[in-house]
Design a protein around this ligand. Structure first.
Ligand SMILES: Cc1cc2nc3c(=O)[nH]c(=O)nc-3n(C[C@H](O)[C@H](O)[C@H](O)COP(=O)(O)OP(=O)(O)OC[C@H]3O[C@@H](n4cnc5c(N)ncnc54)[C@H](O)[C@@H]3O)c2cc1C
Length: 433
């Protein structure tokens, strides 16, 4: 496939193969353009199910899909595995770790990274849910803490091993806290019958006064009630100030002893957007025009988590439907530019919001319709399964969900000692195991 440097066919480059990038790629099928998709992973990741991979419900590989498979029958598209370091808008090229990639039109969709709000200690010692390697690390860590606790004779150390703190009362925090409580309370408790379960403590911490801020108050309250019924200690008005890997410190002076801090308290646009030179919001997102362009650069479109787009005076949230709908319009607008037509403005079609709280429980809202409990949970399962890319992935995930539902089990509970641990000589006596 050639680019515009060798032919007259316009070359469209898409940075990022996430929800926005992949949707944009699909929209270019059959169009008279050459397309290059670039990502530093060779897979598309379905982030909404990361928390299930972290809590042994599904394997990480079920939520990744190889990008090259998407391109198999595509004549006008190619994939480049590379990390974009810089976007040179003056010379219309991407600077990557390998090569420079020139473009006529660019869609910038690099998504977001975890926002630790400048707290280095938290960034260094906590876990987040953003990519597959980090999620796998968290999955093994959670299992290892339980295993270590089963051999620990000091109750203070044991409590710290069995205490998991999740920070952030948005959908990711709520879903993760619910899933950890099910993994520990319903599944691992059976594997370790002598574990003092009263020492297990799952805490969900939120700085504001309610969960799921984007949802109506009654759904927030429902989510908190369900979590509490599952044994999660939900705490409001708690602002984290630091964490050294063992002690978590709050602004009000309180401290908590835990070996596991899961940070789900915020996101900010990927750093590469800084090189665009546009105006940015406090989440690092680039402020785009109503037609999704970078001001001053009509050939550059910024979408998804990387873009700040205001509707009715408020910036749209960092959610997948925003990225996908913006991708669709960006391709339309690029074709308008190529054909010399006028551009269309973006209007978000609200598909509703939902969050699952664990087995049989979720909250969902679309317009005036609000759902809780089993029905919301079923709706959540169907919508997420439908959105997952790849038939094989859908099948494996659905098998795992059935298994979990029928047997109250989470199958992905395997790990081994690290090489450095195999050499340790001192072994403590197990506690009644
Ligand atoms: C744990 C979690 C749960 C979520 N749950 C939901 C949910 O239930 N519902 C919902 O609607 N939204 C959910 N979201 C948000 C949703 O995933 C994002 O809004 C969506 O992924 C944004 O799409 P995007 O295309 O902008 O970015 P992404 O989907 O993040 O894709 C960005 C892509 O760019 C690549 N990339 C980044 N930087 C570079 C670079 N410099 N060079 C090369 N490649 C790069 C990345 O590898 C990635 O493939 C969740 C997010 C997380 C983290």
């Amino acid at each position: 496939m050639s680019t515009s440097t060798s032919t007259q066919i316009p070359h469209v480059v898409i940075l990022g193969a996430g929800f926005g990038g992949v949707k944009a790629l699909k929209e270019t099928e059959g169009l008279p353009i050459n397309v290059t998709l670039i990502d530093h992973n060779n897979y598309h990741l379905f982030q909404p199910l990361l928390y299930q991979a972290a809590t042994s419900g599904i394997t990480p590989f079920e939520i990744g899909y190889p990008i090259r498979k998407m391109l198999r029958d595509r004549k006008n598209a190619r994939f480049v595995l590379g990390h974009v370091r810089d976007i040179d808008t003056a010379n219309r090229k991407l600077i990557t770790n390998k090569e420079d990639i020139p473009y006529d039109y660019l869609i910038v969709a690099p998504g977001a990274v975890t926002n630790f709000f400048g707290m280095e200690s938290v960034a260094q010692h906590s876990f987040d849910l953003k990519d597959l390697p980090g999620t796998e690390e968290l999955r093994v860590h959670l299992l290892r803490q339980f295993e270590a606790a089963s051999r620990e004779t000091d109750p203070v150390l044991r409590r710290r091993m069995l205490t998991v703190v999740v920070v952030g009362g948005g959908p990711t925090g709520v879903e993760t806290a619910g899933a950890v409580s099910e993994l520990y309370g319903d599944v691992l408790a059976k594997d370790y019958p002598n574990m003092p379960m009263d020492e297990m403590h799952i805490i969900l911490v939120e700085a504001l006064d309610r969960l799921l801020l984007m949802m109506p108050v009654e759904l927030s309250e429902n989510a908190a009630q369900v979590l509490r019924r599952k044994g999660v200690d939900v705490r409001f008005g708690k602002m984290v100030t630091g964490y050294d890997g063992e002690t978590l410190t709050f602004k009000d002076g309180e401290t908590l002893e835990t070996n596991t801090l899961i940070w789900a308290a915020g996101a900010r646009a990927e750093d590469v957007v800084d090189s665009l030179g546009g105006e940015q919001d406090r989440m690092n997102r680039i402020k785009v025009t109503p037609t999704l362009q970078l001001p001053g650069h009509p050939e550059v479109f910024v979408i998804g988590d990387a873009a700040h787009f205001e509707e009715n005076g408020e910036a749209l949230g960092m959610i997948a439907p925003v990225a996908m709908q913006q991708a669709e319009l960006s391709i339309k607008n690029i074709m308008h530019l190529i054909r010399g037509e006028s551009l269309e403005e973006f209007h978000f079609k609200d598909l509703g919001l939902m969050a699952t709280i664990g087995r049989n429980a979720a909250v969902a809202q679309k317009g005036n319709i609000k759902m809780t409990g089993f029905m919301a949970w079923m709706a959540w399962l169907v919508i997420h399964l439908r959105s997952l890319v790849g038939f094989r992935n859908k099948l494996l995930v659905v098998i795992n969900w059935f298994w979990q539902y029928l047997f109250v089990d989470r199958g992905v509970r395997i790990f081994g000692l690290r090489q450095d641990e195999r050499d340790l000589v001192q072994v403590k006596e197990p506690v009644g195991e």
